[in-house]
Design a protein around this ligand. Structure first.
Ligand code: TXA
Ligand code: MG
Length: 333
């Protein structure tokens, strides 16, 4: 059977399916089936306080998910959709509380991927879809990653590796024209600024004041199956690494905000070093896959030594993921 036909049939029977997007693979369910939506949380072992992103076929479908549409959303959706920008605004009555974790807002995006769009077109209902991985773990950028994560429990639509490789930029747009980035992504604040200014839109950036506005932001996330550390010290030796990690990691709690911290199970001898591509777009595309492949080789420790300058805005979103994936960061020796 055609993959899309099979996926639609599963979705229509209150099931979940994994599908590719340009960012990462999503685990989707119809937004009009609370039974299916709950299966997303069960499958991922995700806590109910973390809201899901809704994927729609086009702008007109997006408008139905929100209570009101405004000129900020109009301009940004024209520029960035289909694409890796999620807009968070007040939800309409078609959006279940299971999706929003009880919040009155919802995050919506149009994915830039032929298969995702074909699926949405055929199922004819928006799909809520978080990344298709166990809660707190590394996001999947290949069909095989999802299969490794969930085995035969989840039907996965096969495709090529995701083009962008990290999750969408999440932007909160309030009715009073205040906007905030809730999650950094490949679409940067500068790009959003540029589009809004070019269109002479009235808006203001504000920091998120209330933690409730930004759920799902834990200190740790995206964690691989092996202990991963970041060293800011360029000259660190394997011996120093082993000593510092063995000592400090034991002092850390086993779990932080519900996410298990990976710790070495035996004395550290086999250390693998992670290398980032020079180009941030390529690095973004590769990081999750690198974390997964390294985990399969089972070193005692994976280490990223920060040798270059990663202070540009594009690198920010990549570093955000890597810092959260790391069990610890070594500042100096
Ligand atoms: O690129 C992506 O966005 C991927 C693909 C599959 O589209 N999806 C994704 O979903 O990353 P997920 O569930 O892993 O991330 C959802 C995050 C939440 O943890 C939260 O930070 C934010 O999006 N979010 C969703 N709805 C929100 C809301 N109503 N208010 C504030 N933040 C929200
Ligand atoms: Mg995720």
């Amino acid at each position: 059977m055609d993959q899309i036909v099979e996926a639609v049939s599963i979705l229509n029977q209150n099931g979940v399916v994994a599908f590719p997007t340009e960012t990462v693979y999503g685990l989707g369910a119809r937004i009009d089936s609370d039974v299916a939506l709950r299966k997303i949380f069960e499958t991922k072992q995700r806590p109910f306080f973390d809201p899901l992103i809704v994927h729609v076929f086009d702008v007109s479908e997006a408008k139905k998910c929100f209570k009101k549409w405004n000129e900020i959303a109009e301009v940004l959706s024209k520029k960035f959709w289909p694409g890796p920008l999620t807009l968070v605004m007040e939800k309409s009555e078609i959006i279940s509380d299971v999706i929003t974790s009880g919040l009155t807002s919802v995050g919506v995006r149009v994915p830039h991927h032929e298969i995702a769009l074909k699926l949405l077109e055929n199922v004819k209902v928006p799909l809520a879809a978080p990344s298709a991985n166990l809660f707190g773990k590394t996001s999947p950028t290949q069909a095989q990653h999802v299969r490794t994560e969930f085995g035969n429990h989840v039907f996965v639509i096969d495709s090529t590796p995701c083009e962008i490789g990290i999750e969408s930029t999440v932007l909160l747009v309030r009715e009073n024209k205040e906007i905030s980035i809730l999650r950094k992504g490949i679409i940067t604040k500068t790009e959003v600024d540029q589009v809004l200014k070019d269109n002479k839109i009235d808006y203001r950036w504000v920091e998120v004041k209330d933690k409730k506005e930004s759920p799902g932001h834990m200190k740790h996330h995206y964690m691989p199956d092996i202990p991963f550390v970041i060293s800011k010290n360029h000259q660190i030796t394997v011996k120093q690494l082993a000593e510092i990690v063995s000592k400090k990691i034991l002092e850390m709690p086993d779990e932080i905000e519900g996410i298990k911290i990976k710790k070495p199970l035996k004395p550290i001898s086999k250390v693998e070093f992670m290398r980032l591509a020079k180009d941030p777009n390529q690095a973004a595309r590769e990081i999750y896959s690198q974390l997964r492949t390294a985990s399969e080789r089972k070193p005692d420790l994976l280490c990223l030594v920060l040798i270059d300058d990663y202070s540009s805005e594009k690198w920010d979103s990549i570093m955000d993921r890597l810092y959260k994936a790391a069990s610890m960061v070594i500042e100096s020796c």
